[in-house]
Design a protein around this ligand. Structure first.
Ligand code: MD3
Ligand code: FE
Length: 225
């Protein structure tokens, strides 16, 4: 079976074009896809996610330009990423409850550190994890991640649930983007000269994942301060 746009996004381990269950693919000078890297931790990650969402449910934030994001957002860790009409910022509390963001669960911190290590970035200690929820049709337009105090640390992203096509662009918005399919359990590490590259997510295709249903969840670990 070929994995194409119309194929349900359950990972076919026997497809001719399937990545090996666990392997590293270099997609930029300082960027690596660690295929399946999160799978051994999945039994710890899903309950951790549930408990975060009880205290900080997904919400659709408004951009400074007045658009409501199609992606639902939550956060955990010392800082959470937020947007409203006044701009983007990392905040120590959830603006919806006034409470601190839920703590970053150990399984999540360990995963982010291990992935950064595996990609050659030692001592990554994220203080923020943005949690994005995509339902079919949701997308993220090309942008740069520029709200962190320092760009010396990598960003680690974990994909769970239905598949996505990630757009990995260049240093100008108009540079051509590579399309990189991301599946349940894939982890991507971006650092060094790739840290400020434009990136986005194509509209998510309808599919059902056996564990997560009709959704894609993405964790993005960062050092905000
Ligand atoms: C490449 N999220 O939340 S994670 C975001 O799949 C975001 O939800 C996407 O872009 C998602 O800001 C992609 C991957 C990612 C995050 C940061 C990057 C890729 C990056 C920074 C530089 C280059
Ligand atoms: Fe981003």
């Amino acid at each position: 079976m070929r994995r194409n746009e119309d194929t349900p996004a359950t990972l076919d381990l026997f497809a001719d074009d399937a990545p090996p269950l666990s392997s590293t693919e270099q997609i930029g000078p300082c960027s690596f896809v660690l295929h399946g890297f999160a799978l051994p931790l999945i039994d710890r990650l899903l309950p951790a996610l549930e408990s975060i969402l009880q205290r900080a449910p997904f919400r659709h934030m408004v951009t400074p330009g007045g658009y409501t994001m199609s992606v639902g957002l939550s956060s955990c860790g010392q800082f959470g990423w937020t947007t409203d009409r006044s701009g983007y910022q990392y905040t120590p509390t959830d603006p919806q409850t006034g409470q601190p963001w839920p703590e970053m669960p150990l399984a999540m911190r360990e995963l982010a550190q291990a992935a950064a290590d595996a990609a050659g970035f030692a001592d990554f200690n994220p203080d923020a994890c943005l949690i994005n929820r995509y339902i079919p049709g949701a997308k993220m337009s090309l942008h740069q991640d520029k709200d962190e105090h320092s760009y010396q640390w990598p960003v680690v992203s974990v994909s769970l649930g239905i598949a996505a096509v990630f757009l990995f662009g260049g240093h100008s918005r108009s540079d051509k983007s590579q399309r990189i399919p991301l599946f349940h359990g894939d982890v991507v590490v971006w650092g060094g000269e790739d840290r400020l590259r434009f990136h986005g997510v194509m509209p998510i295709k309808q599919a059902v994942h056996p564990l997560l249903g009709e959704q894609r969840i993405n964790f993005t670990f960062r050092k905000a301060r």
